[in-house]
Design a binder for this molecule. Structure first.
Ligand code: SF4
Length: 316
């Protein structure tokens, strides 16, 4: 691991000021992904700004009837909150499907959003990878791509977004609140938060340098049946090959997002309208632009069957 300096800050303003004052700075809270990447020297920050003690660890209803989750709320606390379990059960179920109990005890809401891909070539520093080293190439395209994206990628990168929480948040129409280094706040719908890869796959999100996530907000509860179904190679502590997060209403309408199949948490709003017609109709629309490759074409069939199982369960 490369050497680095460390400081702990008490306010969001102090965090962004510290970032602006230190070239090569990174924020750290739970550190469940960043520390692994630092040990492999994939990430080499020269200065860590510890934001874990910021007063951004509260949750509560918003004035418009929605729900606000502080950036440093731990995944375990979020998943077990009774208001979340009652009104946003999809989020709670997606969180519990992710990682392990120990990791969820440390991992934060903002850190979960910002976890980096688990493309095996990204972690193998002997291989070319545009996301790790811009312009070096992509070993996955033409390589072994069983875990990689069938949709949303580019000629530079076909990595999959690895998380579960953001799939649920995407289905629930969440937004991300941030504070920039000049003290301004902004709200970014989650559907616009992750950057398509284009020819800059090293940039995962639209966040500006030093922009601090302060909260995630959810709109008013929509009712319905909330289901998160994750298909993976082993029963726990594994990333999704395919996951489906859905809210299904009694009349068959609803909202659905997919994980494990795309460069970002994948939702095509026009596909939601097909939910009453069944899984085949939904996936035909959601994956109309899919470009399956030699080892990952199975994900198209698996996505349709997983959604079929979710719809059958919702009919119950
Ligand atoms: Fe790197 Fe993306 Fe290619 Fe994987 S798919 S090797 S992360 S550029």
């Amino acid at each position: 691991m490369k050497s680095f300096t460390y400081e702990r800050v008490d306010t969001p303003q102090a965090a962004t000021a510290a970032f602006a004052a230190n070239t090569g700075a990174r924020y750290i809270a739970g550190g469940t992904n960043l520390l692994d990447l630092m040990k492999l020297e994939i990430e080499t920050p020269t200065h860590l700004i510890d934001i874990s003690r910021l007063e951004l660890n509260g949750m509560g209803e918003t004035e418009d009837g929605g729900f606000r989750i502080g950036a440093t709320v731990r995944n375990t606390d979020l998943a077990s909150d009774m208001r979340v379990r009652k009104d946003y059960a999809l989020l709670s179920r997606a969180l519990v499907a992710g990682a392990s109990g120990q990791l969820r005890n440390k991992a934060t809401t903002a850190g979960n959003l910002l976890q980096r891909t688990r493309c095996p070539y990204f972690y193998d520093t002997n291989q070319p990878c545009n996301k790790r080293k811009p312009g070096s190439g992509c070993a996955a395209i033409g390589g072994y791509n069983r875990q990689l994206a069938i949709v949303g990628g580019s000629a530079s990168c076909i990595a999959t977004y690895p998380g579960d929480m953001a799939v649920a948040l995407r289905a629930l129409d969440a937004s991300v609140e941030t504070m920039t280094t000049d003290g301004k706040g902004r709200t970014i719908p989650l559907g616009q938060f992750y950057k398509p890869p284009g020819d800059t796959p090293h940039l995962d999100t639209v966040l500006a340098p030093g922009e601090l996530i302060t909260a995630v907000t959810l709109p008013k509860p929509v009712g319905g049946t909330h289901i998160y179904h994750k298909v993976r190679d082993r029963a726990s502590y594994a990333f999704a090959l395919v996951s489906v997060g859905a809210v299904i209403q009694k009349d068959g309408s609803g909202q659905v997002a997919f994980g494990g199949v795309a460069y970002t948490p994948w939702r095509v709003e026009a596909a939601d309208a097909e939910l009453p017609r069944g899984a085949k109709a939904v996936t035909a629309k959601a994956f109309a632009d899919a470009e399956p490759r030699e080892h990952n074409a199975y994900k198209l069939t698996l996505a349709q069957r997983t959604l079929g199982a979710v719809l059958a369960q919702a009919k119950g």
